[in-house]
Unconditional design. Structure first.
Length: 396
């Protein structure tokens, strides 16, 4: 393939937003892959999230040009794992010199998400980002505006949204598995992070699933307690990871969705043994299903039994036709979960559409979490979309 032909091919595949410098470099190096990529990590400050340095592993269509990390040891390890050709201490230098078409913003800590993703978008790259997307809605809005202006696609690592068991459940519910959806009840892991940290770190996955099944919420109310009393602005504090301020060790939130659907989110350390594994129930007019959250969630349907002297014999059974019922350990791995999101992201880039796990869906999940904090602070119903785009625990 000639240089001109390859350049035309990549432009037609990736859209006019692709960097001409990246295309020239790629062609000059004799590349045959369709995409060039770079990875940003920060060892000791969120590291590489959930194996996000391996997002492009075993993908012949992607060539990992470089990895950036200020920590030399972590950088070398990530370069070896990802197959990166070059290494940089500064991600800004890497973006300027490499001009990749794809960039992974990997750290679990969100304090640098906005700066890293903005730099990648300004360099003309499509962005993959660990959840939560940013620390504030204002930061997420900024990323979405720039991506839209430049025709770039953001993917957020909400792996459960792309799990085959969840996609099958959504179709089955649409076909009447539980009748009309009337309510959802979700709870976090409720471990040592119970309350505000659980809401931000894990709750966003469940809030994202609520939107998948019920659409955009209309409003939120919440009671957020710290040591048995309602939170106040002074209760805001840092989490164990730098994910922005949190508050509360006991959360009960309610969301109203269209068509009369109500939902709750709960995170209480004292209730962990009662609730069991983190996840959510979807309750319909003709039945109930339960999602046990994981990279590949397990999904069960409630079979209601008869009353007897010993009580009612309700039992849970796998949802009929679940394609992941006998999934292998490899299929359940984080790397495969990431691959399913990446498959859709790359297809979205090629077809100039929004990915299923888009920046917009990532922002909306974060917005629901921010609404919980605002409702807990004010004791009032918070309408969605939120007017306050700052962090409620910073803005008071």
């Amino acid at each position: 393939m000639s240089t001109t032909t390859r350049r035309q091919f990549l432009h037609s595949t990736l859209g006019s937003c692709a960097s001409a410098a990246a295309l020239r470099s790629f062609a000059e190096e004799g590349g045959t892959a369709r995409y060039t990529a770079a990875i940003i990590g920060c060892t000791g400050r969120g590291n590489y999230g959930h194996d996000h340095d391996l997002v492009f592993a075993d993908r012949t269509e992607v060539r990992v040009l470089a990895v950036a990390d200020p920590d030399g040891g972590g950088r070398a390890k990530a370069a070896a794992r990802s197959g990166a050709v070059r290494q940089y201490a500064d991600y800004r230098e890497m973006l300027e010199k490499e001009q990749p078409l794809l960039v992974v913003v990997a750290p679990r800590w969100t304090d640098q998400h906005n700066a890293m993703a903005m730099a990648a978008l300004k360099a003309g790259a499509h962005v993959w980002i660990e959840k939560p997307i940013t620390q504030t809605l204002a930061e997420a809005d900024e990323l979405l505006r720039l991506a839209q202006e430049r025709g770039l696609r953001i993917a957020v690592a909400h792996q459960m949204r792309r799990a085959a068991s969840i996609l099958h459940l959504k179709q089955a519910i649409g076909e009447g598995l539980i009748g009309d959806l009337v309510a959802m009840s979700a709870h976090g892991k409720q471990d040592h992070r119970a309350g505000g940290e659980d809401l931000i770190v894990l709750g966003v996955h469940l809030l994202d699933l609520m939107r998948l099944f019920a659409g955009d919420p209309l409003w939120c109310t919440a009671r957020v307690l710290q040591g048995g009393r309602d939170i106040q602005p002074a209760d805001a504090h840092a989490a164990t990871e730098n994910i922005g301020p949190i508050a509360g060790d006991d959360i009960t939130a309610q969301f109203a969705f269209p068509n009369g659907v109500d939902a709750t989110f709960t995170s209480r350390a004292r209730a962990r043994e009662i609730f069991g594994p983190w996840g959510m129930d979807l309750i319909g007019t003709r039945g109930t299903v339960r999602i046990l959250a994981d990279i590949v969630p397990r999904v069960f349907q409630l079979k209601i039994g008869n009353w007897s002297a010993q009580g009612r014999g309700d039992t849970w059974h796998p949802v009929p036709g679940d394609p992941m019922l006998d999934a292998t350990a490899e299929e359940k791995s984080v790397q495969r979960g990431n691959a399913r999101v990446a498959d859709d992201w790359l297809d979205a880039i090629a077809k100039a559409r929004e990915p299923a796990c888009s920046g917009h869906t990532g922002m909306k999940a974060l917005e629901m979490a921010m609404a919980v904090f605002e409702a807990g602070l004010t004791g009032q119903r918070v309408l969605l979309p939120m007017k306050n785009r700052d962090h409620p625990l910073r803005s008071g």
